[in-house]
Design a binder for this molecule. Structure first.
Ligand SMILES: Nc1ncnc2c1ncn2[C@@H]1O[C@H](COP(=O)(O)OP(=O)(O)OP(=O)(O)O)[C@@H](O)[C@H]1O
Ligand SMILES: CC(C)(CO)[C@@H](O)C(=O)[O-]
Ligand code: BAL
Length: 314
């Protein structure tokens, strides 16, 4: 039976788990795409990847949940874009999404608030450290979460790993799909799944770009026209760097310097430019093994990330 074109909206954890178990009992592969909503073609490509990955009958679940615990208090939780009705229309139009899991809240809120201590521990995420009998269990992927986005977003990967583990325990998927646009996130989830023996196959899906090269991202909506034009320097400089690396200029420092210069000249503020091994995310001095160039830069008030994988011919 084909999936209904109108996805079922599920808001309750127990109902979600029961739904998945019923689908599996019917012999379906449960494929899961976690998102924070305000969907674009990048998200819809994850749905296509999920559908293609299921050999037989499939039940595709998309979650829409803006996870507070991955945002530091200084970050943009309050202004994160949303359009639930629009998201549902887009998912219905795919014709393959069977359920949308959109819980109001996934955390146990404590009865008492614990103030931040002198070292800053305590109120360090927008979950505001529930305190008392509230949520206090966190997953850390200790090495992979250091560096890249982990350096400037101190609670980000703790929040992502924890909420993804919670979502996995609720949705109980066979397969889950993550975008390579969030490269470090994808690698961290793969590592968590391996280390904690989740029986879930993780699939990394290719970056979807606008026609002019800008990586699609929900936050792009906050770019002014001018900022958006300037932000094209990210994908352009990454593409130039890849061409240079494949034609013999494989010195990481030189390549990083060129990218920093291009972004700065365009008016961006660089958070980081790093060249790392694809799986370990350890920095490389030369691009002489499968590597990925990762960039985060601010254009106006918007922090954008992008990357490009490089497989050197052997
Ligand atoms: N352009 C893209 N190509 C492929 N996957 C993407 C793209 N944009 C987002 N994704 C993936 O979609 C999933 C949900 O991401 P999310 O809802 O945070 O969207 P986003 O566009 O990345 O938003 P943000 O503006 O927060 O970066 C993640 O696995 C992410 O990697
Ligand atoms: C994986 C995720 C849904 C966890 O909140 C989020 O980080 C995202 O959308 O990439
Ligand atoms: N796409 C990752 C979600 C975030 O930046 O918070």
């Amino acid at each position: 039976m084909a999936a209904p074109s109108e996805p079922e909206v599920i808001r309750d954890k127990a109902a979600m788990r029961a739904w998945s178990r019923r689908r599996r009992a019917e012999g379906k592969t449960v494929a899961f795409v976690p998102t924070m909503g305000f969907l674009h073609e990048g998200h819809l490509s994850l749905v296509s990847t999920a559908a293609a990955a299921c050999a037989g009958p499939a039940a595709i679940v998309v979650s829409i949940y803006v996870n507070p615990s991955q945002f530091a208090p200084t970050e943009d939780l309050a202004t994160y874009p949303s359009d639930f009705a629009g998201d549902l229309r887009k998912l219905a139009a795919t014709g393959v999404v069977a359920a949308v899991f959109s819980p109001p809240d996934l955390y146990f809120r404590g009865s008492a608030r614990r103030p931040a201590d002198a070292s800053g521990n305590g109120a360090i995420s927008c979950l505001d450290e529930a305190g008392g009998d509230g949520h206090e269990t966190w997953i850390r992927v200790e090495q992979l979460e250091k560096g890249l986005c982990g350096s400037s977003r101190p609670v980000f990967f703790r929040g992502v790993a924890t909420v993804v583990a919670k979502l996995f325990n609720i949705v109980e998927p066979d397969i889950a799909v993550f975008g390579k646009k969030d490269y470090q996130q994808w690698r961290i989830i793969c590592r968590m799944v391996r280390d904690l023996d989740f029986a879930i196959e993780i699939i990394g899906s290719e970056i979807v770009r606008e026609a002019d090269g800008l990586a699609m991202s929900s936050r792009n909506v906050h770019l002014s026209c001018g900022e958006r034009q300037k932000a094209l320097s990210i994908s352009r400089s990454l593409a130039n760097a890849k061409t240079a690396a494949l034609s013999g200029n494989n010195h990481s420092q030189q390549i990083k310097d060129q990218i920093v210069q291009a972004l700065t000249e365009a008016g961006g503020r660089v958070d980081y430019v790093e060249i790392v091994e694809q799986e370990s995310l350890v920095p490389v001095e030369r691009i002489d093994r499968p590597s990925v160039i990762c960039v985060a830069a601010w254009f106006g008030k918007v922090r954008l990330i992008d990357n490009i994988e490089i497989q050197v011919p052997s």
